[in-house]
Design a protein around this ligand. Structure first.
Ligand code: PMP
Length: 404
C-alpha cells in the first residue's frame, strides 16, 4: 500500500501555509520539493566531508570522491545502464542536451544533414540542435503530432532518410503529459542506423526507466525534477557512442596529459566532465533516487496515474474547461484553459488560494503555435499530491470561473 500521508511527512515544505491557506503544490513539472533525506545529505556533506574530489590524497578528498563515484553507480542502477562509464554528470537536462548537440554535431554532422525533433519538444531539446544546425549548415526536421497530442509515427518513418543523423524526442511531454512510445521510436530509427536521444526530464520522476530496454543511445534528465537538488543532472550515453564523440568543455579532470603543443583526453566518463563537479549535489541526487526506489517506481507510477485520472475526471466537469493533450498514454501533467479566462489571471488567482500552478508557454513555443494558443495553466503532480489537493484545485478553478 502506498501511504501518501506518510510520504508527505518527509517533505517539510508541504506543511507551509501560503496567504494563510495550506500550500497545494502542483508545479512539480517545473521542479519538485525535496525530502529530508536529500536536504540532510547536503548539510551533512558540507559539515563533515567537504573536499574537492579526484585530486586529493587526503582522507576527506578520498571520502568525497567515494561518495561522488558511489552516486554514479546509484544512477547506473537506477537507469539500468550497462556501465558507470555511460553516466555523465551534468548541470541538468539542458546541459546534457547541449553537451551532446555540440559533441555530436562537431564529429557527426555535415552540411545538408538533418536532425529530427518532435513537435512537442521543450526549448531545451530544440534550441541546442538549432544552434548546431546553424554552425554546420544542417536542417531541423519535425515529427508532427495529432490533435490529441500523440506523435504521428508514420510521419516519423517518412521523415527519416540517409541524411538523418539523430532523432531527439521527449519521453513525456511537459505540456500535454503524453507518454511517447520511445521504444518504438528507437526501433524505427535504429532500422536505419540512426541514434536516438531521449529527453527524460519529465519521465524519470514518474515511471521506471530502463535505458537498455528502451535501447536509446542517449538519455538526459535533471536531478531537481526527481526530488533531488538543483544544479545536477545526468546524460546517459552508450559507451560505444561516448568513446567516439569528442569532449564538450575543456579544463581540469577531462585530460590525460596537457602540453602547449597537444592535449590528450581522459577516459570515460571523465572526458566529458571538465572542472570540479557539484559532488555534494551528485551525492544528494543519489539519495533522491534511492528515496524513490525505496517507495518503488511502480507504486509511484500507479499512484500518480490514479491521481491524474481522478483529476481529469473532475476537471472535465468544469464548465468551459478545455484540456490540452488527451493521449491514450498520459502522465501526471494537465494543461488547461477555462473559457476565455487568461492563463495568467487563473494562475494568479489560484495562487491567492495557496495553489501553485504554472502558466505560460512552458518553454514550448512551437507546441503552443501548433495548438494555436499563447499559453495554458498547468497542474503537474508529484508523489506527495493527494485527492484532497485535486479537490482544492477544482474548487479553486470553479471559484475563479465564477468571478469572471
Ligand atoms: N525537457 C523537458 C521536457 C522539461 O520539462 C524541462 C524542464 N522544464 C527541460 C527539458 C529542461 O530541464 P532543466 O531546466 O532542468 O535543464
Amino acid at each position: 500500500m502506498y501511504d501518501v500521508m506518510r510520504v508527505r511527512e518527509d517533505f517539510p515544505i508541504l506543511s507551509r501555509e501560503i496567504y494563510g491557506k495550506p500550500l497545494v503544490y502542483l508545479d512539480n513539472g517545473a521542479t519538485t520539493q525535496k525530502p529530508r533525506q536529500v536536504v540532510e545529505a547536503i548539510v551533512d556533506e558540507y559539515y563533515n566531508v567537504n573536499a574537492n574530489v579526484h585530486r586529493g590524497v587526503h582522507f576527506l578528498s578520498q571520502q568525497a570522491t567515494d561518495l561522488h563515484e558511489a552516486s554514479r553507480e546509484v544512477v547506473r542502477r537506477f537507469l539500468n545502464a550497462h556501465s558507470t562509464n555511460e553516466i555523465l554528470f551534468t548541470r541538468g537536462t539542458t546541459e546534457g542536451i547541449n553537451l551532446l548537440a555540440f559533441s555530436f554535431g562537431e564529429s557527426m554532422v555535415k552540411e545538408g544533414d538533418e536532425i529530427v525533433v518532435s513537435a512537442m519538444e521543450h526549448h531545451s531539446n530544440i534550441v541546442p540542435w538549432q544552434m548546431m544546425c546553424e554552425r554546420k549548415g544542417a536542417h531541423l526536421r519535425v515529427i508532427p503530432m495529432t490533435d490529441s497530442g500523440e506523435l504521428e509515427m508514420e510521419a516519423l518513418e517518412a521523415l527519416l532518410n540517409e541524411r538523418t543523423r539523430i532523432v531527439c524526442c521527449t519521453q513525456v511531454s511537459n505540456v500535454l503529459g503524453t507518454v511517447n512510445p520511445i521504444a518504438e521510436v528507437v526501433k524505427i530509427a535504429h532500422r536505419r542506423g540512426i541514434p536516438v536521444l531521449v529527453d527524460g526530464a519529465q519521465s524519470v520522476p514518474h515511471m521506471k526507466v530502463d535505458v537498455q530496454e528502451l535501447d536509446c543511445d542517449f538519455f538526459a534528465f535533471s536531478g531537481h525534477k526527481v526530488y533531488g537538488p538543483t544544479g545536477v543532472g545526468v546524460l546517459y550515453g552508450k559507451e560505444e557512442w561516448l568513446e567516439k564523440l569528442p569532449p564538450y568543455q575543456g579544463g581540469g579532470e577531462m585530460i590525460k596529459n596537457v602540453s602547449f603543443e597537444k592535449t590528450t583526453y581522459n577516459e570515460l566518463p571523465y572526458k566529458f566532465e571538465a572542472g570540479t563537479p557539484d559532488y555534494v549535489a551528485t551525492h544528494a541526487l543519489a539519495k533522491a533516487l534511492e528515496y524513490v526506489e525505496q517507495l518503488g517506481m511502480k507504486n509511484i507510477e500507479q499512484y500518480e496515474r490514479d491521481l491524474t485520472r481522478y483529476a481529469l475526471e473532475r476537471m472535465q466537469q468544469i464548465e468551459g474547461m478545455h484540456i490540452y493533450g488527451m493521449a491514450k498514454e498520459r502522465d501526471a501533467v494537465i494543461s488547461f484553459q477555462v473559457g476565455d479566462i487568461h492563463h495568467l489571471d487563473m494562475g494568479t488567482l489560484l495562487d491567492r488560494l495557496g495553489i501553485a500552478v504554472r502558466t505560460g508557454h512552458h518553454c514550448a513555443e512551437p507546441l503552443m503555435r501548433r495548438l494555436g494558443i499563447e499559453g495554458t495553466v498547468r497542474a503537474s503532480f508529484g508523489l506527495y499530491n493527494t485527492k484532497d489537493e485535486v479537490d482544492a484545485l477544482v474548487a479553486g478553478i470553479e471559484k475563479v470561473r465564477r468571478m469572471f
